[in-house]
Design a protein around this ligand. Structure first.
Ligand code: PAF
Length: 278
C-alpha cells in the first residue's frame, strides 16, 4: 500500500491503467469504511482511500476539534483489506488555490432540509471537498455509506449537476450486534450513552414495523415519547420522508417508497441513522 501525502505524490502513484475505485473518509475507520474498500477491491478496482478531516463541513468548531484522529491504526486497517493507495493531504494542499470557490455548489432543497437545517453549510463543505477529491483522484467508481443518507443524495446530485463520469455506489450501513450504526463518533460515547444509543435503531425498526398499521403522525409521536423517557439521549429530529425530495410523507400508499431519518444527541455527540421503510 502506497501513501501519498500531497497532490504531487498522489499524481505520481496514480499511473495505473486500471479503473479506480475511491473511498473518501475522514479517518477513525471502522468496519463500515472497510466494507467500502472491500467492495471496491471485490470489483477489481485499483482502490484509493483518502483520510482528510475536512474543516469546511463542520458547522460546529468543537465537533471539528474533537473529531477522533488515529492515522496509524487507520493505515493498518486499510492495508489489511488490500487498499492500494491512501491519500493523506493537509488542508493547505486541498484548499491551496483560488480555484476552491469553483467547487462550491448549490444543491437546492436536499442541502437545506433535515441535516442541512441543523448543520447549516455542512453539505456545501461536503460537496466542495468531494468534488476537489474527485478531480484529484479521478475515480471511475466512488463508494459511500448509506448511513449518511442525505450526504449520499447530495453526492449523487453533485455528479449529475457537474456531469462527472463517476458511478456512485451507496453501501449498506454496518451495525454493531445491538443495532447501533457504526460511526467514528461512537468511540466518544460513555458507557451509559453507548447503551442508550441503540434507541435510534429501535425507533427506526419500530417505524418500519408500524408503517402500514399506524398513522405517520402516531409513529412520530411514539418516537418522541421513546426519547422523552431516555436519560442520555435528546432527539433532534425524526421523520418519515419521501426519499427523493426529502419532504415529510403524510400517509402510506403501496406505490410509494418511504424512508425514516433520525438524529439525536448523547451529550455533545451527535448521532444519525436512517432506514428504508418500504
Ligand atoms: O462521510 C464522510 O466521512 C465525509 O463527509 C466525506 C464524504 C469523506 C467528505 O469529507
Amino acid at each position: 500500500m502506497k501513501i501519498a501525502k500531497n497532490r504531487q505524490e498522489l499524481s505520481n502513484c496514480l499511473n495505473s491503467e486500471a479503473p479506480i475505485g475511491f473511498v473518501p473518509t475522514m479517518g477513525a475507520l471502522h468496519d463500515g469504511h472497510l466494507s467500502l474498500v472491500q467492495e471496491s477491491k471485490s470489483r477489481g478496482l485499483f482502490t484509493v482511500a483518502s483520510i482528510f478531516v475536512n474543516p469546511t463541513q463542520f458547522n460546529d468548531p468543537k465537533d471539528f476539534e474533537k473529531y477522533p484522529i488515529d492515522t496509524d491504526a487507520d493505515l493498518k486497517k486499510l492495508e489489511s483489506v488490500g487498499c492500494d493507495i491512501v491519500f493523506l493531504p493537509d488542508p493547505e494542499d486541498i484548499y491551496s488555490t483560488d480555484e476552491e470557490k469553483q467547487y462550491v455548489h448549490d444543491f437546492g432543497d436536499v442541502e437545506t432540509r433535515f441535516e442541512g437545517a441543523f448543520r447549516p453549510g455542512h453539505f456545501k463543505g461536503v460537496g466542495q471537498v468531494v468534488h476537489i477529491l474527485f478531480d484529484l483522484v479521478k475515480p471511475n467508481v466512488a463508494f459511500f455509506g448509506q448511513k449518511d443518507f442525505q450526504q449520499l443524495q447530495v453526492i449523487k446530485q453533485l455528479v449529475g449537476q457537474e456531469n462527472l463520469p463517476i458511478e456512485i455506489v451507496g453501501m449498506p450501513t454496518v451495525r454493531e450486534d445491538d443495532g447501533l450504526a457504526m460511526s467514528s463518533r461512537n468511540r466518544r460515547l460513555n458507557k451509559g450513552q453507548r447503551s442508550e444509543a441503540t434507541l435510534l435503531h429501535k425507533a427506526l425498526t419500530y417505524s418500519k414495523t408500524s408503517l402500514k398499521r399506524q398513522s405517520f403522525n402516531h409513529i412520530r409521536q411514539e418516537v418522541q415519547s421513546m426519547f422523552a423517557d431516555s436519560a442520555e439521549l435528546e432527539l433532534e429530529y425524526f421523520d418519515i420522508i419521501y426519499p427523493d425530495q426529502f419532504i415529510p410523507a403524510d400517509r402510506f400508499h403501496e406505490a410509494k417508497t418511504y424512508h425514516a431519518i433520525i438524529s439525536a444527541y448523547a451529550g455533545e455527540i451527535r448521532l444519525i441513522d436512517n432506514m428504508q421503510l418500504a
